[in-house]
Design a protein. Structure first.
Length: 261
């Protein structure tokens, strides 16, 4: 099931996305929230009539760096022996169709297409064999990075945590099992030109290891998001660019880059 979060007439709700043709998609509004048992209301609205919001509002976004060998190599970095985590604040999260605001303190902002894992239940110290039980679903992400700031400041709080630096969406795919999610095509285009192409099977540390790693240290909450790293091909964005992340079996997340007002 594809679960979207949206607004219509000033109201915010979750809905199940139905249909296959992009111009015929509809939302069956969910009663309540999707992290517990829920019912479909039977009230349906065309997707074209709503504004898609970030599919979840995470308490925290835990991101993993240098999790694809070719990406680490292209930036001249060593492959880490253990998962390498950092955080993006909840204020960095935007949805499909929202604008990426080019930060005033950077002159070299890059795209990074990633598979995002959405946590579905409160959990801590998750054993590897139970990882599948705590996953709500999967969505597309773009780990927007101020590369010059990242290099200059050595730590990544500002470079990867600025407002609008974490597009997520367009929805969460909840019907995908862990085995399938571990071998998906991830691609990114800028103005229709392909920049990144890889597979989640190329991860150095697979999804299970990432969730075990972070849950050893902290409690994960429903709606928290794990970014699993980016394949090779990262590169610069400029004001006016339209950037799209497409992940096999999930969908396409599209955002436009604008000058910060």
């Amino acid at each position: 099931m594809r679960i979207a979060r949206f607004s219509i007439d000033g109201n915010v709700a979750f809905g199940a996305v139905e249909g296959d043709r992009p111009d015929e998609l509809v939302l069956d509004i969910i009663k309540g929230i999707p992290f517990t048992d829920f019912e479909l209301s039977g009230t349906k609205v065309p997707l074209s009539k709503v504004r898609l919001l970030p599919p979840v509002l995470p308490n925290k976004v835990v991101a993993y760096g240098r999790n694809y060998a070719d990406h680490a190599k292209e930036l001249g970095n060593e492959v880490p022996d253990v998962p390498f985590a950092f955080f993006k604040p909840s204020t960095s999260v935007i949805g499909h169709g929202d604008e990426i605001q080019y930060p005033s303190f950077s002159a070299d902002v890059h795209h990074e297409a990633e598979l995002a894992v959405v946590i579905g239940r409160l959990c801590r110290e998750v054993p590897r064999e139970r990882v599948k039980d705590v996953i709500f679903g999967y969505t597309c992400a773009n780990d927007i990075t101020a590369r010059d700031v990242q290099k200059r400041e050595k730590q990544w709080a500002r470079a990867k945590g600025f407002d609008t630096s974490c597009p997520l969406g367009p929805w969460v795919e909840t019907g995908m099992d862990l085995e399938t999610a571990s071998d998906l095509t991830v691609q990114l285009t800028v103005n229709g030109e392909q920049r990144q192409l890889g597979r989640t099977s190329e991860m150095i540390h697979p999804i299970e290891d990432l969730i075990v790693n972070i849950s050893e240290a902290m409690t994960l909450l429903p709606g928290d998001v794990i970014l699993t790293g980016t394949p090779a091909g990262v590169g610069p964005l400029t004001v006016g660019d339209e950037v799209a992340v497409t992940i096999e079996g999930i969908g396409t997340l599209t955002n436009k880059v604008v000058k910060r007002g």
